[in-house]
Every structure is written in structure tokens, then in C-alpha cells.
Design a protein around this ligand. Structure first.
Ligand code: GRF
Length: 193
């Protein structure tokens, strides 16, 4: 049985663009047995399409300009404290958080990455899968550390790559599985805290 019913943990979701993972995190957070609640959305991109999901659900959102990152991260940490955020979830956030930020937050930061880590850290994962003729690909939810895409794996889900797959079809399949995987991984992670 899920713990913490009625006492959901506050999470912040960081995005940069489309925000389809954010959309499903919001939807899934409203399920009764969900252990988390999306309380804050942060985007480094004022034009991120995903911001519409925050607006629609009346979730506070904050746009950060990454010009002076030191100053900005200090402000961001204050905001996160104000919202009593227990876990930060990166969902297509295209900026790298500094070691300083990660250490100062001092609580878990999760990321969803569209590959079967430790394979294919960084960008262009689908292209790499296709080039190497891998039979499987998938997505990984992992803890964020200062080392890119290298933190402890929380949950992973794989799919078969078919001969007819191209970058677009692979991205579509993986994105679909991510929409379910991310919430499951967060709930699993929180239930083990
Ligand atoms: C996802 O594929 C995620 O794995 C990666 O960036 C993409 C974000 O998609 N980190 P969206 O913005 O959530 O639609």
C-alpha cells in the first residue's frame, strides 16, 4: 500500500520545451495514490510550450534567465525552499545544474533520459541507437549528480527497436513509455525514502 496518502511530497519540474513529461506528471499526480504533487514549474525558456500545462493546472511557474547562473541559482534555491520542494524532477531541462546548486539543494534531483543508461549519455540518443543497430532502447530515470547522466538508476524501461524504426518513430515510442515511467519511478523512489 502506498504510504503518505493525503501527505504528498512537493516536487518541482524543470523544463525547457515541449513539456509532455510535465503534462503526464501533473495528470498522474492527481491520482489519489500518487505520492507527489507538482507545486512548481521552472523553465529556462520563456517560450517553452510546456508552460501551458502549468498555467492550465494553476501551478506556479518561474522563468529563469541563465545569463548569470550563480545569481540565478541562488534565487532558484530560495524559491525552491519557499515552495517546500522535496524533489526536483528534470524533464527535458536543457541546462546543466551546477555542482554548487546540487549540493546546496541537498535533496534528491531526478532526471529522465531517453536511453538505457549507462548507454548513450548526453544528446542524440536515438541516432546512436540506430547507428549501432541496437535491438533495444528505452528510457531511464536516474538521480542527478554533477556528472552528466551518471547518477544512480531509479527505474528503467526498455522497448524493442524494429528494423523500420527511424529517429522520429523511436522518439515517439520512447516518449510514450516515459509518460508512464516517470511517475512510477518518482512514486517508487518516494516510497523507499
Ligand atoms: C524526453 O525524451 C526526456 O527523456 C528528455 O527530454 C525529452 C523531453 O520531452 N530528457 P518533453 O519536453 O517532456 O516532451
Amino acid at each position: 500500500m502506498a504510504k503518505l496518502i493525503g501527505n504528498k511530497k512537493n516536487i518541482a519540474v524543470f523544463i525547457s520545451g515541449r513539456g509532455s513529461n510535465l503534462k503526464y506528471l501533473i495528470i498522474n499526480s492527481k491520482i489519489k495514490k500518487s505520492l507527489f504533487k507538482v507545486c512548481l514549474v521552472v523553465s529556462n525558456n520563456p517560450k517553452a510550450i510546456g508552460l501551458k500545462y502549468a498555467k492550465k493546472s494553476k501551478i506556479k511557474y518561474y522563468i529563469v534567465k541563465y545569463k548569470n547562473s550563480n545569481n540565478l541559482e541562488t534565487k532558484l534555491l530560495k524559491l525552491i525552499k519557499k515552495f517546500k520542494i522535496e524533489v526536483i524532477c528534470l524533464a527535458g531541462f536543457m541546462k546543466i545544474l551546477s555542482k554548487n546548486f546540487i549540493n546546496n539543494f541537498n535533496k534528491p534531483i531526478l532526471n529522465i533520459h531517453p536511453s538505457l543508461l549507462p548507454k548513450y549519455k548526453g544528446l542524440n540518443t536515438h541516432l546512436k541507437v540506430l547507428k549501432n543497430k541496437d535491438k533495444f532502447s528505452g528510457s531511464t530515470v536516474h538521480l542527478v549528480t554533477p556528472k552528466l547522466d551518471s547518477g544512480k538508476i531509479v527505474m528503467q524501461k526498455k522497448i524493442k527497436v524494429s528494423k523500420s524504426d527511424n529517429q522520429t518513430s523511436l522518439e515517439k515510442k520512447i516518449l510514450k513509455l516515459e509518460h508512464d515511467l516517470y511517475s512510477k519511478a518518482i512514486n517508487n523512489f518516494l516510497s523507499n525514502l
